[in-house]
Design a protein around this ligand. Structure first.
Ligand code: HSE
Length: 296
């Protein structure tokens, strides 16, 4: 059996903690033979555990505990990931979704999508990465007081260009620079921008979506000093025709939404700057979680 989960890019500027897209980089978990202990072969570096301490298996355990079931066997697993770690592309969320599905398959839980999303939000705390990793495409979601509501929609047609810096930025570090509170006036302004962002995405208006994502007041301005590339890439975006540029998740990846016919030009203009990092042309993933050789 093979479980495949896309990477995700959250926030889209003003959709902080609420809006995310699934993108075309994938985590794959393969169930190999039964084994006396859990063992994960992976290519993610020596800091990532290969045993029960791995997020995949802590998630599996949390789900089994929640459902009050035990597995009769342990397995040898293989995990392969194209998703860069700690870069704002939802690497942990992809693992959480894979762990929930692993529990679902191995314990034959027959979980619905809504149940999987509820479990994922309980583990992750906010839905903006886990929801698109599970459901694909564009997801607008809200988790408040333990209740998650969500809408899945087609993302407007465009190219995505992700600049992934060579340095890591941990979400917890990137959240530490955020204010504890916003004034009422500021919250109303920030949420009005988010409302127009959402409406523009749902009506295929990328020009307005680009303006609204760049007008975010929830997080980007507080985080900008942690990601010096953001401002530069945004300026290149303005000069050479991107719809909009935003900080992907908690950063440091910077995402540009680009008209298809401007992708080559923008790629060249960014390459000319010799920034330290990698540029990925990406597409929207509209499938989300997939299972090959499912038990259901
Ligand atoms: N919305 C989250 C943030 C995404 O920006 O901190 C990372 O988990």
């Amino acid at each position: 059996m093979k479980i495949i989960v896309p990477a995700t890019s959250a926030n889209l500027g003003a959709g902080f903690d609420s809006i995310g897209i699934a993108v075309s980089l994938y985590l794959t978990v393969e169930v190999l033979e039964e084994s006396s202990d859990w063992k994960i072969d992976h290519d993610l570096g020596e800091n990532i555990p290969t045993d029960e301490r791995n997020l995949l298996l802590t998630t599996l355990s949390a789900v089994l505990e929640d459902k009050n079931v035990a597995l009769p066997a342990k397995y040898h697993l293989k995990m392969t990931s194209e998703v860069p770690l700690a870069r704002g592309l939802g690497s942990s969320s992809s693992v959480i979704i894979a762990g929930i599905e692993l529990a679902n398959q191995l314990a034959k839980l027959n979980l619905t999508s809504d149940e999987k999303l509820k479990l994922a939000c309980e583990i992750e705390g906010h839905p903006d990465n886990v929801a698109p990793a599970l459901l694909g495409n564009l997801v607008i979601a809200s988790t408040v007081a333990g209740k998650t509501s969500h809408i899945v929609a087609d993302f407007p047609s465009c190219a995505l260009l992700a600049f992934v810096p060579d340095y890591e930025l941990k979400t917890v570090e990137s959240r530490q620079v955020l204010p504890n509170e916003l004034t009422y006036k500021e919250a109303v302004a920030a949420s009005s921008i988010a409302n127009v962002l959402t409406a523009s995405l749902l009506t295929n208006n990328l020009e307005v979506a680009g303006q609204m994502m760049e007008a975010d007041r929830f997080h980007e301005s507080y985080r900008a000093s942690l990601i010096p590339e953001l401002q530069l890439l945004r300026e290149i975006g303005h000069e050479f025709g991107a719809y909009g540029t935003y900080l992907s998740g908690a950063g440091p990846t910077v995402m540009l939404l680009v008209p298809d016919n401007k992708l080559t030009l923008l790629t060249e203009k960014i390459m000319e700057k010799n920034l330290t990092g990698h540029l990925y042309p990406l597409k929207i993933d509209n499938k989300g979680l997939q299972v090959e050789e499912s038990v259901f």
